[in-house]
Design a binder for this molecule. Structure first.
Ligand code: FES
Ligand code: FES
Length: 156
């Protein structure tokens, strides 16, 4: 029996109407259906943070978010951050400060950091380390990531 339902929400400012099983993961909707592959598939279990996107202003793990929770929601992915060819100030800071190496964690960290900075979250090193506790990076040791965020916050 077909268990699909129709869901309506916005992704990066564009309306989306789709038929899907209620428990289909937002991560698969983004990557497979909408071809927004900037959101990465890491652990698939809510541990690594690679799939972090912003839903209604909150950073969430797309691998743990079923489409049934998205009715009427506003979803933003890493593709939303840049304006055509122009990087956001946070992306630019990551580039300048070396906040990205292999890049597999970077989209999730950019989205977690964007949500944090938008809501006026603290930017001292301890506060940013705490904010990043749900985003794993195996390359940078976090120091350059934190410097990138602090540079972007200072430039505001
Ligand atoms: S893929 Fe979602 S938290 Fe790791
Ligand atoms: S830059 Fe490689 S995992 Fe973070």
């Amino acid at each position: 029996m077909n268990n699909d339902h129709v869901f309506r929400f916005h992704v990066n400012g564009q309306p989306v109407e789709m038929q899907a099983p209620p428990m289909q993961r937002l991560l698969d909707v983004l990557r497979e259906t909408l071809r927004l592959t900037g959101t990465k598939n890491g652990c698939g279990q809510g541990i690594c943070g690679a799939c972090t996107v912003i839903v209604n202003g909150q950073a969430v793990s797309a691998c743990l978010t079923p489409v049934v929770q998205l009715e009427g929601a506003d979803v933003q992915t890493v593709e939303y951050l840049s304006d055509r060819d122009c990087l956001s100030s946070l992306q630019q800071s990551f580039l300048e400060c070396g906040g990205t190496q292999c890049g597999s964690c970077t989209p999730g960290i950019l989205m977690a950091a964007t949500a944090h900075l938008r809501r006026g979250g603290g930017t001292n090193t301890e506060e940013l380390r705490e904010m990043l506790s749900g985003n794993l990076c195996r390359c940078t040791g976090y120091i350059k990531i934190i410097e990138s965020m602090q540079q972007a916050a200072a430039a505001k």
